[in-house]
Structures are given as structure tokens and as C-alpha cells.
Design a protein around this ligand. Structure first.
Ligand code: G3D
Ligand code: MG
Length: 183
């Protein structure tokens, strides 16, 4: 039987959350569409190899609107999330500087060991390589409390590293569930 997992995607407005989810679940990138209003969820069925077995996983990816009053919907949105993607824009340094705040918000609700990936999006554009170094440093700083934290650069436009992000977060979620089932 397919397992269902819930993954939330968070980050500053305009970093590409909706684009990444849309490209991954619907297979296309659309320029110039409205920012997400409220909460949107998309599903994707995937096959994941775990401990030599192939499992069917239905991943629901929850995408929150950047303009939504975060505090009022935060707990509903994050409730039951098993994995989190924290997105920033490689061409917008302040969106990276806010990642630590997003991380704190998320771990306050879901605990410190929830599978999390930090993602620098829009790698198809020109960006300062320094921003990648800062993001890798942040990931390293957080690793002692969250050993499986990952860092990627992606492009929602070209699809670079997109499959890897979603496959690996689902593997991390399944491994965590499996680990917690061992008596
Ligand atoms: P959000 O959901 O985080 O608010 P969106 O962000 O997905 O709405 O994307 C915001 C803008 O960034 C959109 O442009 C979108 O096309 C663009 N974008 C998203 N991801 C990428 C990417 O990987 N590469 C490039 N080049 N652009 C990206 P518009 O012009 O519609 O505002
Ligand atoms: Mg959006």
C-alpha cells in the first residue's frame, strides 16, 4: 500500500516556491502567474528505494502564500508535516538571511529532528557564489542538532536538481518513520 507523506515548502515571497512545486508536480514552468493566495497543495506519487525495497509514496506538498498572515495559519499549515523545504533565492541575499528565522519557526512547531532541506533556487540566473558559501556554512552550523539537514541549489525553471530534492526528502521522511517504528 502506498504511504502518504506531507512536506511543507517555506521561504520568503518570490523565491520560487510555487514554481518549484508546480514544475515538479505538473512538469512545467510558467512565467508570470499570480503569487499563491492562501495555501495550495499538490500531490505526486513516486517510487522510493529504501533499505533495498521499492516503496510507493504519495507526497503532498503544501505551499503557503507569501502574503498570507503567517501567524494565523502557521499551526494548521505545519500540523503533521514530516518534511520541510526551506527555499531562498540565490540572487536575493536577504531571502537567505531569513532562512534561519524560517528554520526556528519550523523547528519550534515540528521539533529539531524533522527532515529539512535548505534550497538556493534560481541557479539558472547569475548569482554571487559567496551566497552559496554562506548557505553551506549555515547548513553546517545547523547539522549538530539536525544531522540529516541537506543543502541544494535548484532551478524551478530548468528543473536542475529538482527530482533529487523531492526524492531525498521523501527518503529522509521514510527513514525517520522506519527508525521510530523500531521497538
Ligand atoms: P513564490 O511562490 O516563492 O512566491 P514564485 O515564488 O514561484 O511565484 O516565483 C516568483 C518569480 O520567480 C516568478 O517570476 C517566477 O517565474 C520566478 N522564478 C521562480 N523560480 C525560478 C527559477 O528557478 N529561475 C528563474 N529564472 N526564475 C524563477 P514572475 O516574473 O512571474 O514574478
Ligand atoms: Mg507562491
Amino acid at each position: 500500500m502506498a504511504m502518504k507523506i506531507k512536506v511543507c515548502i517555506l521561504g520568503d515571497p518570490s523565491v520560487g516556491k510555487t514554481s518549484l512545486v508546480r514544475h515538479y508536480t505538473e512538469g512545467y514552468f510558467k512565467e508570470n502567474y499570480l503569487s499563491t493566495i492562501g495555501v495550495d497543495f499538490k500531490g505526486k506519487t513516486m517510487r522510493v528505494d529504501i533499505c533495498g525495497q521499492t516503496k510507493e509514496v504519495i507526497m503532498t506538498i503544501w505551499d503557503i502564500g507569501g502574503q498570507t498572515l503567517w501567524a494565523t495559519v502557521r499551526s494548521n499549515y505545519l500540523n503533521g508535516a514530516q518534511g520541510v523545504l526551506l527555499l531562498f533565492d540565490l540572487t536575493n541575499k536577504s531571502s537567505l538571511l531569513h532562512i534561519r528565522d524560517w528554520y526556528m519557526d519550523v523547528t519550534r512547531v515540528l521539533g529539531k529532528t524533522v527532515p529539512i532541506s535548505i534550497i538556493g533556487n534560481k541557479c539558472d540566473l547569475d548569482y554571487n557564489p559567496n551566497i552559496e558559501v554562506i548557505a553551506m556554512d549555515l547548513t553546517k552550523q545547523l547539522r549538530p542538532e539536525n544531522p540529516n539537514i541537506r543543502f541544494y541549489i535548484t532551478s524551478a525553471k530548468t528543473g536542475t536538481n529538482m527530482d533529487q530534492v523531492f526524492e531525498e526528502i521523501s527518503m529522509d521522511v521514510l527513514n525517520k518513520i522506519k527508525g521510530s517504528q523500531i521497538p
